[in-house]
Ligand binder design. Structure first.
Ligand code: DC
Length: 232
């Protein structure tokens, strides 16, 4: 029997390991993985390049016009076997992981014009099903009807340690305290912004992975996914 192409939403705190588990699950189920955090990061890179951010202020009038020139999308990279984010046709997958982008992304993600444009794009990507999307508002705003929703969290210290390991590849001098501070600050802004704040959907399954291995998390997700597909 052909498997049902349901949509799966994975929301949660910064650096909780959502993308790692979403990628693994998408590979196993032969679904399409959409990293919406990468889209907000690409939008941030766009704003930085266009000089729309002055210290911690964004020119909202200029943004309204500039957003029309912002082209964000994904292209499959056969080498990494993953979809990678493109801005204006160029691959920016590496550039968007810098601390400079991380420091401004919550600010950019709070702008209604930006969210509106990206949510519309994300909803189009999910139209035909078979999508695993991770972010902050996927189960609540982007795909409120997703068949399966997870809310992932972990202790902030554990999350910061994981992020430091990731960042070391691009910056060997990365500081734990700086990463932890950025992460806690992003959680605060993401949870308190006026538009689509980070919130657990009522029907989401909570996963605290502070003490879990990748394999344990993967199995947890897979069991729920198979159950949801069987009941479709
Ligand atoms: O998942 P991430 O850390 O790459 O996300 C980067 C930022 O983008 C995060 O601080 C919050 C924002 N974001 C959002 O507001 N809504 C989403 N659906 C995904 C990410």
């Amino acid at each position: 029997m052909e498997q049902q192409k349901i949509n799966i939403a994975i929301d949660g705190h910064s650096s909780a390991g959502k993308s790692t588990m979403a990628k693994a699950l998408a590979k196993e189920l032969n679904f399409v993985y959409v990293d919406t955090g990468a889209m907000y990061r690409a939008a941030t890179l766009f704003c930085l390049r266009e000089r729309l951010i002055e210290s911690n202020e964004i020119d909202s009038k200029k943004i309204e016009h500039a957003v029309k020139r912002m082209y964000i999308g994904f292209k499959y990279n056969p080498k990494t076997e993953q979809p990678e984010v493109h801005l204006g046709g160029s691959n920016v997958e590496e550039e968007i992981r810098s601390l400079e982008v991380a420091k401004k992304v919550s600010l950019v993600a709070a702008i209604p014009n930006i969210r509106h444009k990206l949510v519309e794009l994300q909803q189009r990507m999910a139209e035909s099903g078979g999508v695993i999307m991770d972010g902050r508002d996927i189960g609540t705003v982007v795909m409120p009807n997703a068949k399966l929703k997870f809310f992932v969290t972990a202790d902030a210290q554990v999350r910061a340690r994981r992020r430091v390991e990731e960042l070391k590849a691009i910056n060997p001098n990365v500081k734990f305290e700086e990463v932890l501070k950025n992460l806690v600050e992003r959680d605060r802004i993401d949870s308190n912004r006026a538009v689509s704040p980070l919130r657990q959907a009522d029907d989401a399954i909570v996963l605290d992975n502070s003490q879990l291995t990748h394999e344990e998390q993967f199995q947890f997700l897979l069991v729920h996914a198979r159950k949801a597909m069987a009941s479709e």
